[in-house]
Design a protein around this ligand. Structure first.
Ligand SMILES: [Mn+2]
Length: 250
């Protein structure tokens, strides 16, 4: 995973240097590490859509799942030595993170979140005003936003993104609206990238690319596919194999 993110950081950095908007389609939320490293952590905020907090460290995880540690690592907790091997990666302050739709939380995970400075808008219980206030406060602290979308933020009634989907998530319309709000006022240079996760089905015709691969705006075929299949600008996930569900928590 760390080796993959070292490579991803370089691709994202190159895309930014070329003036290309980076959209990372990944089957693993830990792609956040290489993506943020490639964009640079300075003045960067994070809006993280996910049914889960991904805020465990090896010391406090009960599952041992590395995929449940992405946001913890991004904010500077756990795997210190290996994180340092990702060029350009620096911790994002917790106060620069808005976590949206997390609800599949053990009590210890909930307690850790509450002790942190991460702003959490839980499940589908928050109002549009709650979201607007959280985003306004974030914009006062940062100049750019890294938008991370794990599609298990969606309610299972809308679609099942992975085997860890949980009830009481967002409707598709609400997710798209929230993503749009998160992007409002951002230029392509301010909204640095949009990693997304989604498990494609064999029949839906999405372009599949290896985990961590990068779509560049010059790649007309893939860009068009993502836009066509994802009205509202929510892009797709590339899984390792087209008809295989992710085996790990996203
Ligand atoms: Mn998740």
């Amino acid at each position: 995973m760390f080796e993959l993110n070292r490579g991803l950081a370089g691709h994202v950095r190159d895309a930014n240097a070329d003036g290309v908007f980076p959209v990372v389609l990944a089957g693993d939320c830990n792609s956040c590490l290489g993506t943020v490293a490639g964009c640079g952590a300075r003045d960067l905020g994070v809006v993280w859509f996910d049914a889960h907090a991904d805020f465990d460290t090896p010391e406090d995880s009960r599952s041992g799942s590395l995929d449940g540690m992405g946001l913890a690592m991004l904010t500077g907790r756990g795997w210190d030595a290996l994180r340092e091997t990702i060029p350009g990666l620096a911790p994002i302050p917790e106060s620069h993170v808005v976590l949206v739709s997390a609800r599949d939380l053990e009590q210890t995970q909930r307690d850790r979140l509450q002790r942190s400075r991460i702003r959490c808008l839980e499940g589908n219980t928050f109002s549009d005003t709650d979201l607007r206030v959280a985003l306004d406060e974030l914009r006062e602290r940062v100049r750019r936003v890294y938008l991370h979308i794990d599609l298990d933020a969606l309610d299972p009634g809308e679609g099942t993104a992975n085997q860890y989907s949980a009830p009481d998530g967002l409707s598709s319309a609400r997710l798209q609206s929230a993503v749009a709000r998160s992007s409002t006022g951002s230029t392509s240079s301010q909204l640095r990238s949009r990693p997304t996760t989604r498990c494609p089905t064999p029949t839906d015709g999405w372009q599949i690319r290896p985990p961590g691969s990068l779509l560049r705006s010059s790649d007309t075929r893939c860009r068009t596919t993502a836009e066509e299949q994802s009205p509202g600008g929510i892009a797709a996930l590339g899984c390792a194999r087209g008809d295989e569900r992710p085996r790990n928590h996203l």
